[in-house]
Design a binder for this molecule. Structure first.
Ligand SMILES: O=C(O)CCC(=O)C(=O)O
Length: 237
């Protein structure tokens, strides 16, 4: 898979978005204030985020490890964001079980945090074409293979993640449901389907995942990982 650096929006659109091909942006997002504010050395800066939230800011978090037997794969609970931060910061060895704040629009919960992502990456389309901006924060996280219905720019802020990608499976590739497949709505992918790419994202790196590309993500090591993603769509004008 192509690794780029310093690519502009026109080139990104013509080479990747228009062709619906994924790519990695090496160290292209180091300029985002979150990269410095959310980190202390190489660690996650819990204290900084604690100053931005109070107990009224509730978030839904996933508890424990992914379990395919459960609906949506996880048990979820709603807790104040600052309680979540304290729990993950004191849980280096996993003694309290794992918690994951996934796919959460933190920036609408606390609008001041938007300043940590300004200016938004220039390769993104007009703001009106951005559906959501989400945060993903946790330790020992695992997101099972799935796809999304929008294009995705995913940026690593702190910690590292291993990402695996598979090509989309269209209607012709649908297969009957069975234990040798992953299911997503009516879409299926064989568990042994050939991997398209496996990459490790470092802080400052970004990844473009076109819609319907299957992906799976897992944090590397036991450090807290934090990332941000923008789901967007392109228009012809
Ligand atoms: O970071 C993760 O755990 C998963 C992210 C993901 O699946 C996505 O951005 O679509």
């Amino acid at each position: 898979m192509l690794e780029l650096s310093g690519i502009c929006r026109a080139e990104f659109c013509s080479r990747f978005v228009d062709k619906q091909l994924p790519c990695v942006f090496k160290q292209q997002f180091n300029y985002l204030p979150a990269i410095h504010r959310w980190r202390k050395g190489i660690d996650f800066n819990t204290e900084y985020l604690l100053t931005k939230f109070d107990t009224s800011n509730l978030v839904d978090v996933e508890m424990g490890r992914y379990n395919p037997e459960l609906e949506n794969g996880f048990i979820r609970t709603r807790i104040p964001f600052n309680m979540f931060l304290r729990m993950i910061s004191e849980n280096e060895d996993g003694q309290f079980g794992d918690l994951y704040l996934s796919q959460t629009p933190l920036f609408s919960i606390v609008p001041e945090l938007v300043k940590d992502l300004e200016p938004i990456p220039g390769i993104l389309p007009d703001r009106r074409n951005i559906f959501t901006t989400n945060a993903w924060i946790g330790r020992r996280t695992f997101t099972a293979r799935h796809f999304d219905l929008n294009d995705n720019l995913y940026v690593m802020i702190t910690g590292r993640k291993q990402v695996r990608l598979w090509k989309p499976t269209g209607e012709g590739a649908w297969k009957p449901q069975g234990s040798s497949e992953y299911n997503y709505g009516n879409f299926k992918i064989a568990k042994d389907e050939q991997l398209y790419a496996e990459i490790e994202l470092q802080p400052g790196d970004g990844l473009y995942i076109p819609q319907r590309w299957w992906h799976e993500m897992e944090s590397v090591g036991k450090e807290i990982t934090a990332s941000v993603n923008w789901w967007f769509y392109e228009t012809s004008n």
